[in-house]
Design a protein around this ligand. Structure first.
Ligand code: 2IT
Length: 444
């Protein structure tokens, strides 16, 4: 396989799908050497099959707002690959959602889920619906309209969605409720459910907690510890919240948060009730971080800027794709950053990743760092299938174990002298598992 030839063909076939092409390019270049040691992969056209989704479902979602006006949004589910388990992956509601973004997310999810050690395939879905400023009743009607189309493609052993940007506990509740009504079954067909109806303890915290367990191991491998370190976080949603909570618990000080409106610099650290306030801020539905600095006088709001200009020891992009670019990476390194870990999916641009790898920076990609979220979704599926629920301690112990296993795989496949190329490690480890499963199942 020649990665550049496959990329040219894909660019011609899917022009303009820049996020999707970016995600595929990163994986292909990092697996190229290993792949070419396996002529049987080439013969079975594994890569050519793996880069295209199994199927893409696209549908319109008409709904009525509180004034009775009709709106039409687009709905999607990209069922990318089910070689190692049922399709699994979140649903994103955000004005920016398009097919390229959902294909990139579904593609990444396939490798991420393979890394978790649990039997889950990869998928992603969503809509260009923006929940921003919408009432509860409007969100409910939108979720019901979305599900009216999607439900027939889901099932506990078929496709199990969860949350992502714009889809939290409230939305999962409405989506699952409609699924249950239409399918006439109460099964674990969604994860991230409420605790009263099959949710798992620790699922809300899991992405951020898992990321910090991973960062802890990255630092330990390089002879460092998080305790006493300054941490820069972007975003202020569910993922950022879990990351801030665990970073603080491990003795670090989180000094930034951000939103689409700019970032807040809090030299005193985001700790104690400020962490709970993040949930309140998110629940307001306004998607702005500025009110944080009105409430806490020690913090400063810096409109229209990104947090990466603040000197920190650890940088954790927790907001969305491509939020950290080459200039940001250069500035972080110039300011002495020790570790950069993507908690958002593909949080860094391709140029930023190339630069960090060339500099042999301690850097790890989202598909390894943030896999604790979907891994805990996998644990929720297990609990649902067994009709029982585990204690928070039990879930946390399993999450620890899984993050450790992911870190081990990255080191095993990404070791490069006395450093670790986590991008290569994660891509090769995830790829090999999916490739072997596809080989065993024949040409499909
Ligand atoms: O990007 C992700 O891994 C998620 N949004 C979570 C997916 C899941 O199924 O829990």
């Amino acid at each position: 396989m020649k990665a550049n030839e496959i990329m040219s063909a894909l660019e011609a076939k899917h022009p303009g799908e820049k996020e999707y092409l970016q995600a595929v390019r990163e994986v292909l270049y990092s697996i190229e050497d290993v792949y070419n040691e396996h002529p049987e992969f080439e013969k079975a056209k594994i890569v050519e099959r793996m880069v295209e989704p199994d199927r893409v479902l696209a549908f319109r979602v008409p709904w009525r707002d509180d004034r009775g006006e009709v709106h039409v949004n687009l709905g999607y589910r990209v069922q990318f690959n089910n070689a190692i388990g049922p399709y699994k992956g979140g649903i994103r509601f955000h004005a920016s959602v398009n097919l390229s973004i959902l294909k990139f997310l579904g593609f990444e999810q396939t490798f991420k889920n393979a890394l978790t050690t649990l039997p889950m395939g990869g998928a992603k879905g969503g809509s260009d619906f923006s929940p921003r400023g919408r009432s509860d009743a409007e969100v409910m009607r939108f979720c019901q309209a979305f599900m009216l189309e999607l439900w027939r493609h889901l099932g506990p052993d078929v496709d199990v969605p969860a949350g992502d940007i714009g889809v939290g506990g409230r939305e999962v509740g409405y989506l699952f409720g409609m699924y249950k009504k239409l399918s006439h079954e109460h099964t674990g067909t969604f994860t991230g459910k409420g605790m009263e109806f099959g949710g798992s303890l620790l699922r809300p915290e899991a992405t951020g907690y898992g990321a910090l367990y991973f960062v802890h191991q990255m630092l330990a491998g390089a002879g460092m510890d998080l305790s006493g370190m300054r941490v820069g976080v972007s975003g202020f949603g569910n993922v950022a919240w879990g990351a801030v909570k665990k970073a603080t618990e491990l003795g670090a000080k989180v000094i930034t948060l951000s939103g689409p409106d700019g970032y807040v610099y809090d030299p005193a650290g985001v700790s104690g009730e400020k962490i709970d306030y993040m949930l309140e801020l998110r629940a307001s539905g306004e998607d702005i971080v500025a009110p944080y600095a009105e409430r806490y006088a020690e913090a400063e709001f810096r409109p229209g800027r990104k947090p990466w200009e603040v000197p920190v020891d650890v940088a954790l992009p927790c907001a969305t794709q491509n939020e950290l670019d080459l200039a940001d990476a250069e500035q972080l390194l110039a300011n002495g950053v020790k570790c950069i870990a993507e908690v958002s999916n593909m949080g860094c641009t391709a140029e930023a990743v190339d630069y960090l790898l060339a500099r042999k920076a301690l850097f790890a990609p989202g598909k390894a760092v943030n896999a604790g979220g979907v891994a805990t979704s996998g644990l929720e599926m297990s609990q649902n299938a067994m009709h029982l629920s585990w204690s928070a301690e039990e879930v946390d112990a399993r999450l620890h174990q899984i993050m450790s296993a992911i870190h081990d795989q990255c080191v095993r496949f990404g070791r490069d002298g006395d450093t670790v190329n986590y991008v290569k490690g994660a891509n090769v480890a995830g790829f090999m598992k999916v490739a072997r499963a596809m080989m065993a199942q024949g040409v499909l």
